[in-house]
Design a protein around this ligand. Sequence first.
Ligand SMILES: C[S@@+](CC[C@H](N)C(=O)[O-])C[C@H]1O[C@@H](n2cnc3c(N)ncnc32)[C@H](O)[C@@H]1O
Length: 467
Amino acid sequence: MRHEKSSQDACVYDAAQVFQSGIFNHYISNTAYPINHGQTINAYRLSSYDEILATVKDSRASIDTLWLYVHIPFCEHCCAFCEYTVLRSGGAATIQKEVQSSYVDLLLKEFDLYTTALNTEKKTLIGFDIWGGTPSVLPASDVERIITKAKECFILPENVDISIETTPKIAAESPEKIAAYYVMWIRRISMGVQTINAKILALVDRVHTSIQRNKQAMQNFRNAWFQKCNIDVMYGLAGQQLEDIQATIDHIIELNPEYVTLYRTRFKGTKISHHAKEVSLDEVNKQSDLLHHALITAWYYGVPWKNTYSRIIDDPGTSHYLTQRVIYGTPYLWLGLGAQSYTIHTLSYNQWAASKQLAMYQKAIEDWCLPLQDMYNLSLPAAIGKFVSVSFYFWWINLAAFQKHFQKSLESYFANEISYVIEHWYMKYTQDCLVLTAKWTKVYNGVIALFYAPAVKKYLLDLCEKK
Ligand SMILES: C[S@@+](CC[C@H](N)C(=O)[O-])C[C@H]1O[C@@H](n2cnc3c(N)ncnc32)[C@H](O)[C@@H]1O
């Protein structure tokens, strides 16, 4: 049962003003939605564990297929730009290994908790990502334990690609790990290069990567037979110049991965949040244009502002998990510290946020409880805002998926907003989607805000007034 909409979500705002508020707040007006939970969706927060458990069961009872994500919150080294859940575990290497191994034990118990609550043995996985952090810091045997458990708890067809993340350092120095992944049926591997500019790397505390390591890592992927390799590149970092971006993308094209994922730097909540004001929207737009043109010229398929570029026809380049999640809003289940799970009308977050430590997550699992810190049973506007903003990751909104989930057409729900974007030629209809036009590349942050729930629009509008 969906939650009734809150009074905040019952308001209507002028499209032109909302658009401007998105442009003005371009650092936060993006797919990382709903921006400020405490203010925008707090009305839908469930207050007791009994309510949470009942809602988890109810919202997933009729779901036969889902996407699974397992979060590994460890890295060899924490980069200053990182916005993900990573444990800054100190101590000797042996202590860190112990922490990591007991974390995997907890993860396996979390699998069991969901199996008991949801009868997962009857549910089929259509995507499976092991991400972080850096999952490849774990010994290969721990990654294998996770995959074996997933196979025990879910139906995992052979044609589903399992995807994992690594770093240039680990991939270059541990070819045996990379080879073991392929044997475990992992088929997509992703590694962050970010930039090759040594000064910028030092500024963001990522000195452990180098051109030589990137090359060796890619060689090791190929030696292990990987044919789906992705490289991450970041732009919009403070101090990044167009020449650095050009040199980085030239290097990456030379490495010849199947996919390249471009990340515009998000500063919120990172150690470099104070850099945000040093980067103008104009610079970011120029960098994005440069990267787009370099990749298109090198025969990668993609469109401006869509993160992932691919040189394989009919393959968007994202993992199976992410592709389905973005286009169809397919329910996903994340396991692990700080994990976030979703069904069309629920959003939940695992333990971590307040403490950034393992203790609460560990305690919940040892008490045989789902380790959920917050769960929201969304109203229709809030659920629509979440669905549409995630769709923007791929630059279009699938009309049939919208109709299926919300029993209304996109046009009828967003009549004013769609008139606005069509009139300004920011979006256009294709046979099955409302899609961004090339013109939107400069105004993406304004366009996406138009599809947010009223409470989130208000949050952006209020921020404009404060500044
Ligand atoms: C989950 S991270 C894993 C990175 C991998 N462990 C590594 O160190 O190369 C995936 C990617 O997110 C991107 N990323 C991390 N923090 C970001 C931020 N604050 N803004 C934008 N992109 C970010 C980076 O490009 C990174 O490679």
